[in-house]
Design a protein. Sequence first.
Length: 283
Amino acid sequence: MTRSFIAALALLLVVMLIAGGVGLSGAAILTFSIWLSLIGLVAIGAFLIARAQRTYAGAGAIAAAAAVWLAYFWRSNPGPFVWPVVFIIAAALIAYGTRDTVSSPTAWLLLLPRFVVGWAFLDNGQNDYTWAFNGGNFLTSANAAVQRGPLWFLEVPYNAFLGGVVVGRPDTWAGMFVSGELIFGLLLALGLFTPIAAWGLMWLSANIIMEKSFISHGAYTDKTYFAVELFCLISRSGLAYGLDAALVPYMPLAISSALVGALPGELSTPGVRSAQPAGLSTA
């Protein structure tokens, strides 16, 4: 987990320093994130079909890209109904296409919380996309936290950060927030670079908890999300019916340990289907 934490931390710092330091508009950040997700998923899907010979998993990645496009660009009815259906089909295709990487009949217990939490954040991201243009409820919540003040001593620096940095450029920080919901939620739901996705969502959940106050009852749902995200990180749930399981044989060990959380003994030879249980102990 150490390598994945360092990779996730570096990613978050670079994004915040560049976007926040330059003052990029929230709309630009979100637009970039949407197209990065679309192009990335299509590229991964094409690789899995052409190189890894995992047609179903590759088709699932491409279908997931289609679902994201529908979620953001087909806002009128029946778009809000169609994109979740396409997204569920995409996850099912990925699970079916990677079924040979697990041998435990209970491996679906790792898939279910991963998919549900990732889907929830993706859904929030597409629902709250307008925050990237004017701050929206993101700014309202930040202002409310600043006006309330810290309820205990560890919230003092966070409240200072909200009041001194975030409130001054709400569209930029809202754009980063909803983009994080999109990218990290999408990755977690599909089991793609799962440790990075879990760390990213834990960061978002931690911010929501601190904004509401850790000792506030109102943050109980966010604490639950945080706990499930931590479970997905520890269990390496992307190796069970996720894209990580399909991609890991083609990754160098140093990269796979950071992006996927795989151990040396779990790396199989490209093109050889392994019966090694993924994400579960063999003991």
